[in-house]
Ligand binder design. Structure first.
Ligand code: MG
Length: 389
């Protein structure tokens, strides 16, 4: 068994959305195909992934370093102990050869995207859904039948009215979601509060609504928002400030009692450990949102979870960022708190399997082998073309 080829391509997202800090007009994503020599139903088994949401395509690093390192390794050294499947942990180590410590995001997104595509291939070779493979390896074999999903919505877009925002949230509730998130920080506080109160009228209570400031605020504004938001008892207040400003995180956690959330802009286990050691992040209250394909992939995610468990963190505090089938399978497989969903945005890269169903805020899982991209017609068309299937 061997990897025959690894291909990547950059695809534009063509999105008109904006958060408080930037718009998505230039956003691209890297799609990866890992092609193996294992044949099923007359075709080679291929693993697929893309580099999730909010970070640009990173094919240059893949082409220059990570793909050549894997293809140059002796195929037998990339297999598990039984020799009947790929071993992502060994392949991760190969990708990290001759890499200096630190500077994680320069490589963690490229490596993580390839690594998640490897897991898609591993699960397909095992003929099981990825969430089941992960549950067996990392969650005592507890295979989930669904995942709690909330909508990452409430974006800013040109000409939007408060009624438009309420209509959007009503659509999410009508679709079966029980929790939504909206952007803050893109307008003055008073206007953001008007938007927030209008959304609360629709969703009913603060514990069904989170807000996301996308790392917009300096200290004074972060504290001003925290003070104004605290009485609403929101599910969480996400990315109030720079993702590496641990001192300000700690200060906010000391004055803001409801949950805070961050993690989608942390790329290394050490950065997450710094958050819980020095950022005042409270086990049992706050939320951590690492995006696995952007943070070295699933093997490293398991290491981060083990670190968090040593610090007393429950898995229910983890909600992987991304709103895609990769995060969904990971949330299900590791038994996390839930996953994000971006219905109707980010084009072919948002959303789940075409036949996924939402019941009482929980999304069903498919029994397709692998991550399940084959059930997502528009996205799978791009992947299949890349692999030449
Ligand atoms: Mg966010």
């Amino acid at each position: 068994m061997r990897i025959v080829d690894i291909r990547e391509t950059a695809i534009p997202l063509k999105s008109k959305l904006a958060n408080s800090s930037f718009d998505f007009s230039e956003m691209t994503t890297s799609v990866v195909a890992v092609i193996t020599d294992v044949i099923r139903n007359g075709r080679p088994v291929c693993g697929f992934a893309f580099n999730s949401t909010g970070r640009y395509a990173c094919g240059a690093q893949m082409r220059a370093r990570f793909i050549p390192r894997i293809l140059a390794a002796a195929p037998d050294t990339l297999l598990d102990a039984r020799g009947d499947n790929l071993d992502p942990e060994k392949i991760l180590a190969v990708m990290l050869k001759r890499e200096k410590a630190g500077a994680h995001s320069e490589r963690s997104i490229a490596i993580g995207t390839i690594e998640v595509a490897l897991w898609d291939a591993v699960a397909k070779i095992a003929d099981k859904p990825l969430h089941a493979v992960l549950a067996e390896r990392f969650n005592g074999g507890r295979i989930a039948d669904g995942v709690f999903c909330y909508v990452g919505g409430g974006w800013y877009w040109p000409g939007q009215t408060i009624k438009d925002l309420q209509d959007e949230m009503r659509r999410h509730l009508d679709a079966g979601y029980r929790m939504v998130k909206m952007k803050v920080g893109g307008l003055p506080l008073e206007e953001d509060l008007r938007r927030l109160e209008a959304v609360l009228d629709v969703v009913g209570s603060g514990d069904r609504l989170a807000v996301d400031a996308n790392a917009k605020f300096e200290r004074d504004e972060a504290l001003r928002y925290a003070k104004a938001l605290a009485p609403f008892g929101l599910r969480w207040f996400e990315e109030p400030c720079d993702p590496l400003d641990y001192a300000l995180f700690a200060e906010l956690a000391s004055v803001y009692a409801p949950p805070l959330a961050t993690g989608e802009n942390l790329y290394a286990t050490q950065d997450v450990e710094n958050l819980v050691r020095f950022g005042g992040w409270r086990a049992g209250t706050d939320i951590i949102q690492i995006d696995p394909p952007q943070a070295y992939g699933i093997v490293q995610y398991a290491r981060t979870l083990a670190m968090l468990e040593r610090h007393g963190w429950p898995r229910s505090a983890l909600f992987p960022h991304g709103g895609n089938q990769m995060s969904l399978a990971i949330a299900a497989g590791f038994g996390l708190g839930g996953a994000e969903s971006y219905p109707g945005v980010f084009g072919d890269f948002g959303g789940f399997a075409d036949d996924a169903r939402l019941t009482n805020g929980r999304l069903t899982l498919s029994d397709r082998p692998g991550i399940g991209f084959e059930g997502q017609t528009a996205l799978y068309r791009i992947m299949r073309e890349l692999a030449g299937l």
